[in-house]
Design a protein around this ligand. Structure first.
Ligand code: PMP
Length: 402
């Protein structure tokens, strides 16, 4: 049996028609499949591979850590240098109040931990989230997801959750002394790149301050330079009480985190002791990889290249079938009339087309959970001008054939 058949038979599936491309190698901004086809990767593991696939500094850090130790004991008891060093580096690049990092193994678990921390530290039960938000697929994270379509089959979910409209000033009045935390993506990704309107995040911050509510900002998808600043919240002049990180945090290895002030974080140490624990969060190899990737991001000044690359994409993505391009840095949504058109484009980008200038160039991308008519562009920040041009040419060319 081929790997493809084994994949369909023995690996848990998430849709009835998976792409089932068999990738055998990834390097920089390229993926290579079993038939030798080369793809420009416009999604980088969905905002994970911000310094490209297999960056040499990341590989070297992983190898070094492999020679020291892999897993020794659950998170929280032993001093493990990769965790300590990475937490320190992160806090050096965050506002002073975000000085304590709790590592998890995924973004969803960061959401879970943050929700528990807010309930415990504020001694309140209500959590508020937003329509079209995505914070993960575990039951707590699913409870704050902003979509009845994805929630309904799994009810009952967590009680005392309220959903508000993102970008609505009026809805902020729902935040009261009962609210433990409000959780929001700084820029809503799965909604198809929805940016907060002027002053809205500030108003949200103010309302949280007035009611003693913690503000949790989810930068799992939009953090680490994706939007043109290291953290997206910098662009809106707010500082969250808890910051959620994941995806790029691990530099290609599984890692999540929630970051808060030590005074808040310490509520997990008592009543009950071990208020939040996990076995693999902050795995030494993942922390070593993540720290190496973060240093590449900073040392190679990749964030400074984001705006120019965004503008290049925008200048090339003109076609009568494109309704709009929404973007903030290298997080972009190319909007089509409907999902059918989007899916046709996504599929055609993986296929040969006789009319193409370069028939051997392929592009890998996908769509957004809550904006199925939008094509996703969240490439490694290392993507070159040539790769952007080639990918956009291919997108425009395939649209001509549809
Ligand atoms: N929050 C956001 C904004 C995300 O984009 C994601 C992942 N798509 C998550 C949380 C969940 O992260 P994970 O898949 O690592 O659990």
């Amino acid at each position: 049996m081929t790997n493809r058949q084994l994949f369909l038979n023995h690996v848990g599936q998430t849709s009835e028609a998976p792409l089932a491309l068999e990738i055998v190698r990834a390097e920089g901004c390229k993926l290579f499949d079993i038939d030798g086809k080369e793809y420009i990767d416009l999604i980088g593991g969905i905002s994970v591979c911000h310094v490209g696939h297999r960056h040499p500094a990341v590989i070297a850090a992983i190898k070094k850590q492999l020679d020291d130790y892999l897993h020794i004991m659950v998170y929280g008891e032993l001093v493990q240098s990769p965790q300590v060093q990475y937490a320190t580096l992160l806090t050096q690049h965050l506002p002073a109040s975000l000085n304590s990092v709790f590592f998890t193994a995924s973004g969803s678990e960061a959401t879970e931990g943050a929700m528990k921390l807010a309930k415990r530290s504020q001694n309140r039960t209500q959590i508020i989230s937003f329509k079209n938000s995505y914070h993960g697929s575990t039951q707590g994270a699913l409870s704050v997801m902003g979509s009845e379509y994805w929630q309904q089959a799994f009810r009952p979910l967590l009680p005392d959750i309220l959903q508000m409209n993102y970008n609505s000033f009026e809805d902020l009045d729902n935040i009261t002394e009962r609210t433990a935390c409000v959780i929001a993506e700084t820029i809503q990704a799965e909604a198809g790149v929805l940016v907060p309107q002027k002053g809205w995040l500030k108003a949200l911050r103010k309302k949280c301050d007035e009611t003693g509510t913690l503000l949790v900002l989810d930068e799992i998808q939009c953090g680490f330079g994706r939007n043109g600043t290291l953290w997206a919240f910098e662009q809106f002049e707010v500082v969250p009480d808890i910051l959620l990180l994941g995806k790029a945090l691990g530099g290609g290895m599984p890692l999540g985190a929630f970051v808060a002030d030590k005074k808040i974080m310490d509520s997990f140490t008592h009543d009950p002791v071990l208020g939040h624990i996990n076995t693999f969060g902050g795995h030494p190899v993942c922390c070593a990889a993540g720290m190496a990737a973060c240093k590449v991001l900073l040392d190679e000044k990749l964030i400074e290249t984001v705006k120019e690359k965004e503008e290049l994409f925008i200048s090339l993505l003109h076609h009568s079938k494109i309704k709009a391009v929404r973007s903030r840095g290298l997080m972009m949504a190319v909007e089509f009339e409907d999902f059918e058109m989007n899916k046709k484009v996504i599929d055609a980008l993986l296929q040969d087309s006789g009319r193409l200038e370069r028939p051997d160039s392929y592009v890998f991308t996908d769509w957004f959970l809550f904006a199925a008519n939008c094509l996703r562009i969240v490439p490694p920040l290392t993507i070159s001008e040539e790769e952007i041009t080639e990918a956009c040419n291919k997108i425009i060319e395939v649209m001509d054939t549809l």
